[in-house]
Design a protein around this ligand. Sequence first.
Ligand SMILES: NC(=O)c1ccc[n+]([C@@H]2O[C@H](COP(=O)([O-])OP(=O)(O)OC[C@H]3O[C@@H](n4cnc5c(N)ncnc54)[C@H](O)[C@@H]3O)[C@@H](O)[C@H]2O)c1
Length: 426
Amino acid sequence: MNFEKICVLGLGYIGLPTASTFATHGVRVIGVDVDQRVVGVLRSGEIHIHEPGLRTRVQAAFRSGTLQVSDTPEKADAFIIAVPTPIRDDKTADMRAVISATEAITPHLAPGNLVVLESTSPPRTTVDLVRPILERGGLKAGGDFHLAYSPERVLPGQILRELIENARVIGGIDHASAEAGAELYRTFVCGDILLTDATTAEMVKLMENTYRDINIAAANEFARLAHEFGINFWEARRLANLHPRVEILKAGPGVGGHCISVDPWFLVEAAPKCTPLIRQAREINDSQPAFVVGLLEKALGGLAGKQIAALGLSYKPDVDDLRESPAITIVELMIEAGARVCTFEPFKPEAVVPGAAPAVSLEEALSGADALVLLVDHEQFRSLDPALIAGLLPGRLAVDTRGVWGAEWKDAGFQLQTLGKGKNDG
Ligand SMILES: NC(=O)c1ccc[n+]([C@@H]2O[C@H](COP(=O)([O-])OP(=O)(O)OC[C@H]3O[C@@H](n4cnc5c(N)ncnc54)[C@H](O)[C@@H]3O)[C@@H](O)[C@H]2O)c1
């Protein structure tokens, strides 16, 4: 097949790196987004998300004349759908963006085209949801056009490298569709290209993230048990992980981001009777913020009227992505318990949690605080000098929800409370 021109629908964390990488590899790309702000920012030569190296790649794509941005798709050889698939409050999949993106493609679909869904989706989405919408235009999937699902498995912060180097799974609704997908991604993918069917490819992504979620839930439960039994989870984990067949993950304040904390629900919704473990793991991880706030309440003798400096709001270190972040839930719970909370998120200083005061600097966040709580282990927080910090706040309680601060905090005069350390040994 000849892919001279492609349309990428959705220009977020996945779509924009994908569109610009195809463009810098010589393919003409129309990047499509329904958000006028996104289209405006990109047309002005800027980007709207933080991802190392992305601005340079997008600007290179614009300079080479191969990338254009639009709010509607147009005729192309291939269409890639990379739109959001969040969950609703009732934990069911919100597929509206996939439906509307697919509907937008249908009038432009021509014989021989390829359509690839990249959005993480419930099992059978490609065959049961996307296919019938595309066929409304009169063409048959498999016969007239190719249709495939290819999960995106990049790590935020490393997206540009992993997009090219990672193995890529491509599931076709038939073998020819999978082959067409392989040909498209070979434009820039150096990793292995692994062909399968569309529903298996959907399951690969969901199984990967569910596996992580369940293992994190186990670690979080072990950390709770450490408080119960007066031991240090981190030490027990280190010793257990010396066993050749054990790899206990880190405990933390909960699971966030719009992948691991969301995707397992797709399986629970699709097959509730088969998924008691998956549901339970989700519930354990979702209740971890309340456990952390309980530790803080105990250490401070209640939160009412206390001033807390909350360090970090993103769902993981060194990114600006706040989606589904447990750090935000912890801030909300502290406010509910009567605390005055000042937040500092260096990757998004303007981020506001309702009821909390956003600080633009660490000094501002710490000023007047009774305690500081580390919610995200950004590199700049991991390497804080507690002797310097001690001069910036009147309180002497430091709470570490990531297990990264050590005895130097005690040496600097702090009472250090670490998640998972039921034994107060620093
Ligand atoms: N971010 C990640 O690290 C990551 C990793 C793997 C998989 N995914 C999956 O990839 C998909 C996209 O995620 P993301 O992080 O890029 O989302 P995002 O929110 O960063 O970007 C999605 C973009 O799609 C646009 N959009 C919404 N509806 C549209 C439509 N009908 N037509 C065109 N554009 C539309 C939005 O305006 C937004 O700019 C999701 O299913 C997600 O689960 C994300």
